[in-house]
Design a protein around this ligand. Structure first.
Ligand code: HEC
Ligand code: HEC
Ligand code: HEC
Ligand code: HEC
Ligand code: HEC
Length: 453
């Protein structure tokens, strides 16, 4: 090994250090050597301002934030109303959503020490808040200040809470972006009255003549549900319908297949295309915008609200099936489904699906409730011409008068066919799109339900 001068020097110094006895006193310091030549200039650093500009530019974050003003994610009030509720906020509040994703919280049901099941899908009290905003979906914002900060909070397959996680939605188009939406836009479970576990939809579908609720045996251990005004699958029906999962699949003339959208399209294709009016981009809305049907090389002929085969005809058909199913859901001439023609925000209790059926059903049940469905309140919300039905679980705060009035009302028993048909009605109505999301599945659910009634 050839050593250069510097190495020799180092080696020499090392040897001296090794042999020198520790008692030897250090001599005076020698003269300082000449200053060496200046080193090469370092590479230019990144200008922080430049990486900020990647997002903080008129056409990026600024514009997107403006579009976002038109998104119900932004202006909807549920994030405020449900703050603090650990079961509601996983879909309604930012910190809770990020928490259930980060901890991979189960959508299953667990049996407690009291022998009853409860749903595991919940956040913790310290995370049950936060308006839905940019970092709900882009949870890595401001971590590296680079493009990777725009990754989505999750695109993983979604175990459905409706089924206690037993069915999994995985919408693969566009890198699974739809799974981000469906993590929140999915139906919530109906629970079994006896066990608290998620309702067994396959068993209900297999036994349509079975009794789901016997009003003359309110405490019978064979009742699997007790009807109330809010016996429902909640509002996020789209995810279940779009994926072709979540219905009570009664056997019948139509098979349960999916439209092409389920596999070839993604939520963003139709909901986040170019902005048109108050739809598209980060408004997330599809309403009033059919230009996306032709984008991404999907439909080759322009679709408008006047198009028959791709818009008007299938929508009219699904609307009629919803109307027909509602007409069959009566007991002793009293309608089971609640009507609500209110579209006036200031009155509260707006029917988000008004107009999708001829009689403006909202998916709730026409069951007496002193605050939610009380004909004596005379508001625009309670417009059924018949009913309501007797409530099998009167509230403890009801007055003696209200309890007595309840007893004068007709009783509502439900067969499995009726119970399943109500769930299917709610899913197909609250899907909003009258079959556009998944025409084949929607049509099969409604048609086969009608045949069972
Ligand atoms: C990957 C995109 C991205 C990059 C890069 C980025 N930001 Fe942001 N920034 C955002 C988003 C999104 C928001 C939220 C905007 C809103 O809520 O309307 C935001 C908001 C802000 C806010 C407002 C306060 C807040 O937190 O809501 C400040 C201040 C800010 N950014 C500074 C910076 C600076 C400084 C840089 C560069 C060092 C930077 N950002 C880089 C995306 C980015
Ligand atoms: C963190 C949960 C969450 C995620 C993720 C999410 N949403 Fe939402 N979305 C909601 C909630 C909650 C509302 C209703 C807010 C309210 O009313 O306060 C809503 C409302 C909407 C609405 C308006 C519905 C109406 O009644 O007008 C559309 C459209 C929508 N979301 C589409 C999407 C799309 C598309 C995606 C995926 C890119 C998505 N959402 C992702 C929770 C979520
Ligand atoms: C699995 C996700 C999920 C859970 C859990 C959830 N929600 Fe929602 N909720 C949604 C979605 C998604 C919407 C909006 C659907 C739409 O408009 O298409 C919504 C809508 C609502 C709305 C209607 C808001 C409006 O615009 O009128 C209310 C009220 C509401 N939820 C209350 C609750 C309450 C109370 C709980 C807990 C008991 C709860 N939610 C739990 C997903 C969920
Ligand atoms: C509900 C989920 C959600 C929320 C909330 C959300 N985004 Fe996005 N964002 C997405 C999705 C999904 C895409 C991809 C869109 C596509 O593929 O067409 C995206 C794309 C982007 C992009 C890159 C593509 C583009 O359009 O330029 C930016 C930048 C962005 N979002 C910024 C924001 C900002 C800023 C906010 C808040 C004002 C925000 N996002 C809120 C879901 C969300
Ligand atoms: C093939 C296009 C298409 C796809 C893909 C699609 N939607 Fe829609 N969506 C629509 C149309 C059309 C409507 C009804 C618009 C109207 O009433 O005029 C709608 C309505 C909605 C609404 C009611 C609010 C609104 O904007 O009208 C929500 C919420 C929604 N879709 C969520 C989703 C989610 C979540 C996904 C992905 C799982 C999805 N959509 C995929 C076309 C689509």
């Amino acid at each position: 090994m050839k050593l250069n001068n510097f190495s020799r020097l180092v080696l020499f110094a090392f040897l001296i250090m090794c042999i020198a006895p520790s008692c030897v006193k250090e001599g005076p310091m020698g003269l300082q050597g000449e200053t060496g030549a200046a080193g090469k200039d370092g590479k230019d650093g990144k200008d922080a301002n430049q990486t900020c500009k990647m997002c903080h530019a008129a056409g990026e974050v600024d514009l997107i934030s403006t579009q976002f003003q038109l998104s119900k994610h932004k202006y909807g009030l549920a994030a405020f109303e449900e703050a603090g509720n650990t079961g509601c906020t996983p879909c309604h509040a930012q910190e809770a959503f990020k928490d259930v994703v980060a901890r991979n919280v189960s959508s299953g049901f667990t049996k407690g020490s009291n022998g009853r099941f409860t749903l595991d899908y919940a956040t913790t009290a310290d995370k049950a808040y936060g308006e839905i905003g940019c970092s709900t979906c882009h949870s890595a914002l401001h971590t590296t200040y680079g493009t990777s900060d725009l990754v989505f909070t999750t695109v993983k397959p979604v175990p459905m809470v409706m089924w206690g996680g037993k069915k999994i939605i995985d919408l693969k188009a566009d890198g699974g972006k739809s799974n981000l939406c469906v993590k929140c836009h999915q139906p919530r479970p109906q629970t079994n009255l006896q066990t608290g576990d998620s309702q067994d939809y396959a068993a209900i579908a297999a036994n349509p003549t079975g009794i789901a609720y016997d009003a003359n045996a309110n405490t019978a251990t064979t009742n699997i549900v007790r009807p109330s005004y809010r016996m429902h699958i909640h509002y996020g029906a789209v995810g279940g319908v779009y994926a072709g999962m979540g219905g009570v699949e009664f056997s019948g003339t139509l098979p349960y297949t999916n439209s092409a959208h389920t596999t070839v399209a993604s939520c963003t294709d139709c909901h986040m295309g170019a902005v048109v009016g108050r739809a598209g981009g980060h408004t997330f809305a599809a309403k009033g915008n059919l230009t996306t049907c032709n984008a991404a090389g999907c439909h080759t002929t322009a679709v408008t609200s006047a198009s028959t085969t791709l818009w008007a005809t299938p929508r009219a058909e699904i609307k009629k099936l919803l109307d027909d199913l509602a007409a069959k859901l009566t007991v002793g001439g009293v309608e089971i489904l609640n009507r609500n023609a209110n579209t006036n925000e200031t009155l509260g209790g707006v029917n988000l699906w008004a107009g999708l059926t001829t009689k403006n059903y909202d998916g709730y049940l026409n069951v007496y409730d002193v605050t939610l469905n009380n004909p004596t309140l005379g508001s625009a919300l309670y417009v059924n011409t018949t009913g309501p039905f007797q409530n099998p679980s009167p509230g403890s705060t009801w007055t003696a008068e209200q309890k007595a009035f309840n007893l004068t009302l007709p009783k509502l028993s439900l067969t499995n066919a009726q119970y399943g048909a109500i769930i299917n009605f709610q899913l197909c109505l609250r899907d909003y799109s009258l079959g556009i999301h998944n025409y084949a599945y929607t049509k099969a659910l409604l048609t086969n339900s009608i045949a069972k009634l």
